[in-house]
Write a protein that binds this ligand. Structure first.
Ligand SMILES: Cc1ncc(COP(=O)(O)O)c(C=O)c1O
Length: 442
């Protein structure tokens, strides 16, 4: 271990860390120096079970050989190719492979580098599509309270997490929000999809009545809201949203940045819930979190609407220097190979009943006021400490880390989303450790 310790930087001040309590962290640093399969190794030489797939992204587990090898080979063969007006084979190969696992009709992908960029790309595609169709008056975008769509201006505007929005001015104009679907009085401790709340989709009708459908381009929702603390869609809710959007000519965007690539037991939530959006945003699990990459899936109808005008003209004025980057594309192919060879895109369906049982067995722990689950996702909501919101869950996070378990917290909610390779023994280990944290430490 001593050589590992020697690699620990002795000055942590320069790096302003994202979404982190910087002062607390720098007093008590938590550094990972290695990872394999389900476990991280910390700088002080401990093993930490990954209960969150990194940040909902390492779906195939850590340092998987096919992905590592694909990156290594690509870096030595073609490191970078310009993304505009030029290409390289692997970006096309990956797009074809992605379309193969995507819901039927989602035949085209636009590459980005993150979930936030996928969301802003999707919003731009939606606005531009309405315009190329001759419906340029459709400029409004509708999101949902408590939604998380990343941190760029588009995603932040349609998002509904107050603390992420309040510091940043007026955001995009022409945005409205539907209510969130969290109804704890009726649905607390539901296993899987809650019974109550489908009628909340009808709020979209109210918004349409207020603004008129002819001004609305798109509605964006996470099929399962993750970052706000895991809100599972009530039964029938997503179907109802689809019906209302179709009725009014409004595009429906599913933000599948966390639900994409097997999290629920199907490749995408779209297939799991059997509800078809017009656009799907992805990132994270696309490359197993190893290299930044996102992809926006669109129907042929949307893609083809842009393919008009003189052939030498660019059809859609949008893109990133790193869209479809060769090393990211290679990582994506290595990831899809791993998912395919190990059956990971459907494995969550097999594990879900065991996961659900173990998760809900924590209902008797102190301060637990709700437990929610779907696929390989779980959430445990804790009663806040009076006058100190978020502290109880943050304490649990620190204690869990000390005891060799990585959990994620948001507000006073613990969110769990382990790599899809997790075994039943590791599920037992996860919940044994978490029970001790909940019972003894907070
Ligand atoms: C649903 C959703 N959309 C967008 C994002 C933003 O992704 P990124 O952090 O890669 O920009 C996230 C990140 O957690 C997410 O959960």
């Amino acid at each position: 271990m001593s050589n590992r310790l020697n690699t620990t930087p002795n000055d942590l001040r320069a790096f302003w860390m994202p979404f982190t309590a910087n002062r607390q962290f720098k007093k008590e640093p938590r550094l990972f120096v290695g990872a394999k399969d389900m476990y991280y190794t910390t700088h002080d030489g401990r093993q930490v079970l990954d209960g969150t797939a990194g940040l909902w992204c390492v779906n195939a587990g850590h340092c998987r050989p096919k992905i590592t090898e694909a990156i290594r080979e690509q870096a030595g063969e073609l490191d970078y190719a310009p993304a505009f007006q030029l290409g390289h084979p692997k970006a096309f190969e990956l797009a074809n492979r992605l379309v193969d696992i995507a819901p039927e009709g989602m035949n085209h992908v636009f590459y980005t580098n993150s979930g936030s960029e996928s969301v802003d790309t999707a919003l731009k595609i939606a606005l531009a599509y309405q315009r190329v169709k001759g419906e340029g008056s459709r400029f409004r975008l509708i999101g949902r309270e408590r939604g998380y769509h990343g941190i760029n201006f588009g995603g932040m505007s349609v998002g509904g997490i107050v603390s992420n929005r309040k510091m940043f001015g007026t955001l995009l104009t022409g945005v409205d929000h539907m209510p969130h679907t969290h109804l704890p009085a009726k649905n607390a401790f539901t296993k899987g999809q809650p019974e109550y709340g489908a009628e909340l989709a009808d709020e979209l009708e109210r918004i349409v009545a207020l603004h008129d459908a002819s001004t609305i381009a798109a509605v964006i929702v996470e099929p399962v809201a993750g970052s706000t603390g895991v809100l599972i869609p009530p039964k029938g809710y997503l179907q109802r949203l689809r019906e209302i959007c179709t009725k009014h000519g409004i595009l429906l965007i599913f933000d599948e940045v966390i639900t994409g690539f097997g999290r629920l037991g199907a490749p995408f939530a779209t297939q799991f819930f059997d509800v078809k959006p017009d656009i799907i945003t992805t990132a994270k699990g696309l490359t197993n979190g190893v290299i930044p990459m996102g992809a926006v899936f669109v129907t042929s109808e949307i893609h083809d609407a842009f393919m008009t005008g003189p052939e030498h003209m660019i059809e859609f004025m949008h893109g990133y220097t790193y869209s479809g980057n060769p090393i990211a594309s290679a990582a994506g192919l290595g990831t899809l190979d791993t998912y395919r060879d190990e059956g990971l895109l459907t494995r969550a369906a097999e594990l879900a009943p065991y996961w659900e049982e173990k998760l809900h067995s924590l209902a008797d722990c102190p301060n637990v006021i709700d437990i929610r689950n779907i696929g390989l996702i779980g959430a445990i909501e804790l009663a806040p400490i009076a006058g100190e919101p978020t502290k109880r869950a943050f304490n649990a996070f620190l204690k869990a880390y000390e005891s060799g378990l990585l959990i994620r917290t948001t507000g006073d909610i613990i969110a769990l989303s382990p790599p899809l390779i997790i075994t039943k023994d590791e599920i037992d280990e996860l919940f044994d450790k978490l029970r001790k944290v909940l019972v003894n430490n907070i």
